[in-house]
Write a protein that binds this ligand. Structure first.
Ligand code: AHG
Ligand code: MN
Ligand code: MN
Length: 326
């Protein structure tokens, strides 16, 4: 018989090799329980009538879908009952979600269902998360962590049965769900050398980007294939294997100025930094509209936005030079 290494076994060895506790395993188990339940609701969503609107708007003024609410409720339940989380920050909750202030060990920043425009079509969405750890040496001031202080970040691409996890200084790893719904076969992923690199951005927005970004696109786009699903986790999942760059630039030249988004669209703590952390551990890079490393940005607001340019290092370095020039 042939056996696959399970995620739990992989992580157990990782923790023991680094003389770490099992608390992180317990936290990951909670995230897996959440992901599997979200996956189930998503797979049956069309038949159960769960893919539509929930008739409410979220903290960002965006329509909330029934699936957003389901995914949020599931994730909060499993994180809270793990006993390991001090508090969580979620795309769907204006307030910080307090969990286990006394004995919790981790901060979890998550978007339980990213890529909402795909939901009515049952196409891929993401459950994305970043994890930071309590200060174990001194007093914990509960400040919002920058991406460089995450200990892990990851994404489930739902409903594809794939999971990617980046561990601090230990690489970005991909897992697949087996027939018993276990995540198995740890495979380290690196951005490949230039071969068939792809660019991924919403091309309909291109004339709303800063002029230097438009010029960069014009100069470079013919060299690459172009792919865009409109779901960060799914688009980034592809890029990790093929190489290239995902971009969600700031919107600064919209014909209707009220629709400009000078801060960018994506959320720093549970979208951009999650991807940036996975990039770093896979040999890539990620920067914002000023060309600054996303991982260096200190959040002031749990829901703050950022532009994002993420992917293969030579491409990101190239656009960072353009973005940081006057
Ligand atoms: P949301 O958090 O509202 O689901 O947004 C999804 C994000 C991200 O997943 C995707 O890359 C991008 O927004 C798509 O935005 P556009 O529809 O503007 O291209
Ligand atoms: Mn969401
Ligand atoms: Mn989102």
């Amino acid at each position: 018989m042939r056996f696959e290494q399970t995620f739990t076994n992989f992580l157990l060895h990782h923790q023991e090799e680094h003389n770490r506790t099992y608390n992180f395993l317990i936290l990951m188990d909670a995230l897996f329980s959440a992901a599997k339940h979200i996956e189930h609701y998503y797979l049956t969503g069309a038949l159960q009538g769960n893919l539509g609107l929930a008739d409410t708007v979220n903290v960002h003024g965006e329509d909330v879908l029934r699936m957003d609410q389901i995914a949020e409720e599931i994730t909060n339940h499993y994180l809270r009952t793990s006993g390991r989380v001090i508090y969580a920050i979620s795309e769907e909750s204006d307030e910080i979600v307090q969990m286990n202030k006394e004995n919790g060990r981790y901060f979890v920043y998550f978007d339980p269902l990213d890529g909402s425009s795909n939901v009515p079509h049952s196409l891929p969405v993401g459950f994305m998360f970043g994890i930071a750890k309590r200060n174990l040496e001194g007093v914990e001031d509960e400040h919002l962590r920058a991406g460089k202080d995450y200990v892990a970040s990851g994404m489930f691409v739902i409903p594809t049965g794939t999971f990617t996890l980046a561990l601090k200084d230990a690489g970005t790893w991909r897992f697949h769900m087996d027939e018993t719904m276990e995540f198995v076969r740890p495979t380290r992923v690196f951005f490949p050398e230039e071969a068939e690199w792809e660019l991924s951005f919403n091309s309909a927005n291109r004339y709303t980007f800063a002029e230097k970004v438009q010029n960069w696109i014009q100069k470079n786009e013919r060299k690459y294939a172009f792919r865009y699903l409109g779901s960060l986790a799914a688009d980034f999942h592809r890029l990790l294997s093929t190489g290239g760059m995902f971009m969600y630039p700031a919107i600064v030249n919209h014909p209707d100025p009220r629709k400009n988004r000078p801060e960018g669209k994506l959320r720093l703590m549970y979208e951009a930094a999650v991807v940036a952390f996975m990039c770093q551990e896979a040999g890539g890079a990620a920067v914002d509209e000023m060309g600054r490393p996303i991982l260096d940005i200190q959040p002031n607001d749990p829901h703050q936005r950022s532009a994002l340019y993420a992917g293969s290092k030579p491409l990101v370095d190239d656009i960072a030079r353009v973005l940081s020039s006057g």
